[in-house]
Design a protein around this ligand. Sequence first.
Ligand SMILES: C[S@@+](CC[C@H](N)C(=O)[O-])C[C@H]1O[C@@H](n2cnc3c(N)ncnc32)[C@H](O)[C@@H]1O
Length: 288
Amino acid sequence: MGQTVGGAVRAAQQRFQTAGVETAGLDAQVLLGYVLGVGRAWLIAHPEAPLTPDQAQAFERLVQRREARQPVAYLTGQREFYGLVFQVDERVLVPRPETELLVERAIGLVHEWLARYGQWPRVVDVGTGSGAIGVSLAVTVPELPTVNLVDVSPAALDVARANAERHGVAGRLRFWIGDLLAPLPAPVNLVLANLPYIEADVIPTLAPEVQQEPRLALDGGPDGLDPFRRLFTQVPTHVSPAGVLLLEIGAGQGRAVAELAQVLRPQAVSVHPDLAGLDRLVEVYLRE
Ligand SMILES: C[S@@+](CC[C@H](N)C(=O)[O-])C[C@H]1O[C@@H](n2cnc3c(N)ncnc32)[C@H](O)[C@@H]1O
């Protein structure tokens, strides 16, 4: 007899538990829902529904990949971020919910800039990956003429471009390959950055799923702060004198990054916690 929805979910859940997956039941439902093109509520309401052999085979392939601890988002090829569905795969970091805080603050900052200077700021999302930050900003603030997206990984930039097209903002975005701010042809006013900030030695101790994400998206060097140091050396030549930097940081890096930013002799530096009360954003105001 063929598999049913309920039986397939139960069997996958057990295999995921054995593999050490914490969200075993949820993942089993999400993956079967993806194969069948239905939501989790449908699966729960139809446990006796049969799977066709093709569906069972497609599900088995995904179950094996999840047992190998590949992130669910890579298996379904998508992740929701800031209310938008982003295409993701092995070329990019899976966007995290805590990064939505940066987008929210960026929306506030572009409006503050407009109110203060009577024009929209020139914005860059450095280390754009899937384009999560820059694309969300462009979608949410349709009046903003342009957002620059930079990544050192051409493969990541291809994903960002696909997401920009998917959300209808590709015409307002500019894509640059290179090191941090270096490829930008003119100074910007607002720098948004979720750069790699994990200490290199810590990466092998993280969940297997994280270790399957691009090393380039995670590795912040021996103390996790190298990308900030290097970014700050580029600021004087690539950011306007009154510019603002909005940087995502790791929990516990607030003080260190705020101290490193002193090299810019800024007017003000503040550290913002996330909803869990952990350091999450550093905001640097250069000068009037
Ligand atoms: C932590 S991921 C963030 C991705 C995306 N912004 C997000 O928030 O989901 C960091 C990104 O920075 C890129 N990156 C790393 N070093 C870089 C560099 N020197 N210049 C530009 N981008 C870099 C990586 O390729 C990766 O896409």
